[in-house]
Design a protein around this ligand. Sequence first.
Ligand SMILES: O=C(O)CCC(=O)C(=O)O
Ligand SMILES: [Fe+2]
Length: 318
Amino acid sequence: MASIPQQTKLPFIDFSNGRHKLSPEDPKWAALRTQVRRAAEEFGCFEARFDGVPPDLQNILIGSLPELFDLPLEMKLQIFSSKAFHGYLGQFPAMPLYESLGIDYSDQHEKVEEAVRALWPQGHPTFSKTVQSYSDNLSTLYRIVRRMILESLSLEKYIEEHLSTTYYLLQVMKYKEPQTPVKKLGVHEHTDRNMMTILHQNQIDGLEIQRKDGEWISLRPSQESFIVVIGDSLYAWTNGRVHSANHRVMLSGSQVRYSVGLFSVPKAGYILKTPDELVDAEHPLLFKPFDYAEFLKFYWTEYVKGADSSLKAYCGAL
Ligand SMILES: O=C(O)CCC(=O)C(=O)O
Ligand SMILES: [Fe+2]
């Protein structure tokens, strides 16, 4: 196959649709779907403009993060969850700038209340409401992208199953100011393990995405934009038809960076299995069926040992 020169910029896809929710009946749906498929295949990532989350809501959420991260460490540790990578993460010697807090089922009122009460025993209605409605609004973009990818593979029949077997985790992140003109590590390079992640940041850049040819691109998303990242679970489910983007955070300067990620995560007990339609002589099965929660346990145990904790090491089929 002739090699196509790689774009140096991340694809930008505009999902904004005024007062109407974008739907498959919309005249521009098919053209957007082509862009999504191409970006998912080539980069595993793209910048999205989406007007389904009011800018105020984005600003209130990002604006509430200093108060949250200023809480004493003991309080933040309260929402440490038993699941690896959920709850409070931070104090890593290898990533000293990074701290994050995750709220499982962040589109559901009771779950958010429970997490918030661990931080503020009296409750914090503004924060709870913001988290929930941000997750709820942004999940629409997730559903649109997911539908477009499945349609582009002629696998519409799996859409409902996909949506009912994943849940949302909202992770908020803080990166301390590095105080240096030379870039310092915020988060080491990785692929996301879940299905898909939608990121938003304050105006401090730092996210970098690796192209398939190995080059790193520094992203400069506009203030209203989101960055959509495909994770290993969707890469596995599609038998490699979409790419999961390797990415990292590198920071310089004297300002604190805050970011927010909405992660769509397969529910525990659900067995992720590549549909037979995507397996043939040209596309041999890449991964055996797996339970995501079990994979995460494996990931964490192997990771702390410094061993290969990739999805391939866990359930690679080749
Ligand atoms: O802070 C960011 O923009 C990205 C963080 C990230 O890659 C992650 O939490 O998986
Ligand atoms: Fe990530």
